[in-house]
Design a protein around this ligand. Sequence first.
Ligand code: GCO
Ligand code: MG
Length: 413
Amino acid sequence: MQIVSAEVIVTSPGRNFVTLRITTEDGVVGLGDATLNGRELAVRSYLDSHVVPLLIGSDASRIEDTWQHLYRGAYWRRGPVTMAAVAAVDTALWDIKAKCAGMPLYQLLGGASRTGALAYGHASGRDVPELLDSIRAHREQGYRAIRVQTGIPGFDSVYGVASSSAGGGDRYDYEPARRTDGDRTRPTVETWDTRAYLRHLPSVFESVRSEFGPELPLLHDGHHRMTPIQAARLGKALEPYDLFWLEDATPAEDQEALRLIRQHTTTPLAIGEVFNSVYDYTTLLRERLIDYVRSAVTHTGGVTAMKKLLDLAAVYGVRSGMHGPTDISPVGMAAALHLDLAVHNFGIQEYMRHSERTLEVFRTSYRFEDGLLHPSDTPGLGVDLDIEAARRFPYQQAYLPISRLHDGTVHDW
Ligand code: GCO
Ligand code: MG
């Protein structure tokens, strides 16, 4: 089953997405997500210049061999650009294989281990009343687990807080990548102060627990901003509120920092959305320094690599919590959902809804019902790409914000 074409489609229906579309000689089409938020064109270039020429004429059924060829054959290993490109190829080949088998992908991964994947949504508010409204709105939408992000008194914009986040209307997502246009050609700058954040956050969780009671699973994302000792203190301060997890407490590349946090707190820890390989996790798993793996299929080398990573995590009792913001395309989300359904050590799935415009381009079949996601029984991944619609939304440059302290020092965003 030879590959006859591989096309990289960059489209911006509300935000940018990079999709690889592989076609076989019998006309079977597979899709893979290669979106790297704010750095999309680097992946397009890597695919177009260095990967697509290797794919044409090769056998679409040899998924493992293709993965090893692209990974080892490049000599230069890992890195977000490379691994997003490898992920797109791998995911597209799984889509093709499952379509040829006439089965939803999760069947090829071992079949369903559950009826649906517990999803968490993003509630946020500039202040506590707005946050409580947003949590109520998410619960009305069916969410059974909620990520809580909040503004800090005295700060204009804070990570994870939607600008109009009262929760009503049809926007439930927070979209940090901002398009450049006209005079604004550079990323927006946000001011940050970790001490102000640490003083404020426990009282927010106190309000949320007293309003919603002890049962609702609550999550929080520290977005890489604390030092290890600050993170240890926060984890401890949040223990009375029984978090499902504290995510990315410290900058992710410093994996040894997790040791110090772990010594001081029993708040469960999640990390890994910016990781791109199983090798980022070996110390964390072996020493049991984390509770949840945050990687996405899109950024970790595809379904093949993600399945191996989750199998290794299972050995250490660590569960999945795959990254699922809007910068994971519907193709990447569908791939995650097939794994969520199949693996035994599933934990939770992040799920931000894509905009109506995005869903005009990507025709999905996955369902969100009563707080659980299901990838559907459509053969393959269950997502189609409408090429005509994609062409109507050309790429627009967009950057994630950067953070600076009051004195101008660059901080982790
Ligand atoms: C999350 C993430 C996102 C990232 C975004 C960057 O937990 O969903 O932290 O909000 O900021 O995916 O591209
Ligand atoms: Mg995060």
